[in-house]
Every structure is written in C-alpha cells, then in structure tokens.
Design a protein around this ligand. Sequence first.
Ligand SMILES: O=C(O)CCC(=O)C(=O)O
Ligand SMILES: [Fe+2]
Length: 279
Amino acid sequence: MFAIKAVSYTDPAAPALFARSLHETGFAVLKDHPIAPDRIGRAYSEWGQFFASETKFGFKVQPPSPEGYFPFRSENAKGSKTKDLKEFFQVYPGTHLPGSVEATTRGLYKDLVALGITMLGWIEANTPEDVRARFSESLPDMLRGSDNSMFRILHYPAQTGAPPEPGATRAAAHEDINLITLLLAGSAPGLEAQDRNGDWHAVPCDGGMIAVNIGDMLQLASGGYYPSTTHRVVNPPVGDNGARFSMPMFIHPRSEVALSPEKTAGAYLNERLREIGLA
Ligand SMILES: O=C(O)CCC(=O)C(=O)O
Ligand SMILES: [Fe+2]
C-alpha cells in the first residue's frame, strides 16, 4: 500500500500520522499550515512577472555559485539524457534578489525554515528509539545556524507549439539531496512519486497544501528508515496550454553536521554535486 497521507497541521495526531506517511512512502502532505496564503499568492504573482520579463537574464547564475536564475533547459537529473523543461531561481539567505520579489521571498524563506524545524521536530519525536540513536544531534538542532537551505522558484512554461524533444519532461525522475523538502503546492498537477514496485502515484497537493518529502541526507542519517523517494513532474496532456509554477524549499543542515560516522553534510553535498557536474 502506497498511501501518501494528507494531515491537518492542527490535528493533535498530525505529528505521528505525518511521520508514519514519511516512513511508508517518503512523502506526506500538510493542510491548514501556518504560512499565510496571502504571502504565497503574492510570491506566485511576483515571480510570474519576473519570469515573463527580460530582467531575469541580468540575474543569471555564475557557476560555481548555485544562486540566481537558471535559464530554460539548463539542468538535467542525474543519469537523464534530456534537459528538464523548466527555468528556475535559487535563493539562499545572502542571494541578491530583484526588488520586485525581495520582501515576499525573504519572508517566505523564513516561514519555510521555521516550518521545516517544526516538521523535523515532529519526525524526531515519532522516530523509533533505535533509529533516533543514529542521529548525531536532534534533527531540529542540525539546522541551528545553517544558511544552507535553498528555496527554488520553478517555472515550467506552457507547452504550446512543437511537442517537446522525445523523452524530455518537466522534471525527470530524481531524488532530493537534502534532509527534507517542503514544497508549496504546484499551480497545476503533475508531481508524481514512485513506489517500491516502480509504479507512479500522483502526489495529492491542492492549492494551499504543502507536500513534504524525505531527501537523501535523512535517508542516510536514518539508515533507510525514511526513504528518499524518487519523484518527477510529468508533462501536461496535449492541448493543455497552461504553465506550472512550484516552490520547493530544500532544508539543509549545517555543513559540519555528521550524517553518518563517515560523512558530514558538507562532504556529502559536495560528492553529490560533483556527480551532477555542479561542483
Ligand atoms: O515542481 C515540483 O512539483 C517538484 C520539483 C522538484 O521535485 C525539485 O525541484 O526537486
Ligand atoms: Fe525534487
């Protein structure tokens, strides 16, 4: 059974239900969360205007820095031959931002880190003792003083005109590298998660919901108790000319946090970025 649970933030049973869904599927969905819908709506509209303007080219990423604007079809998932059909902007606490998005985006960044700490507390409290004993410090503590969490604003343009290159999708199948990801509901469907048999399931995530998933770092730190589930974003049906926006926050620990006796978060991240040609 692969049932991604949608839990209400206000339900006293939420922390346990949430952790169980993450253990069983690598995903859970949060409703009635404390982030103001108004701020999320503003972020979508301000970033929508940014992606529609030429200003974006002035914010182009300068490798090896991971911050700034990544043009359409600039990234492919590990092992994928085609480029994803997306453009995006990556934000860290020190990232230079366009004035038109700055206040809203910095506010949302802080909201999402705070919610991430709460979610890590829920996970910590509902993890079996033998698994928890592996953590080098409590999961919320791993974030103390961390400036490594990354907020990504994604735009998957409308697919009008010629069909995309064979095999190219909005986001090819991949796993996230970080501890957990908090994904502000996409503006359109398309996100799917893979179960252990290889079958794909739509992630339930209506407007206003936040999907949470496990990344490789928490999979490693928990000895596999929390699986970093493969996921992807499929193309819209032919004739659907809508764009899609989504905003994942990738929660990262401080670089010196030990994920396992052999590996710190910083060393692990570097290794993974080298694999995909980003370090
Ligand atoms: O756009 C989405 O819904 C998911 C994006 C994603 O998985 C990622 O950027 O890692
Ligand atoms: Fe992802």
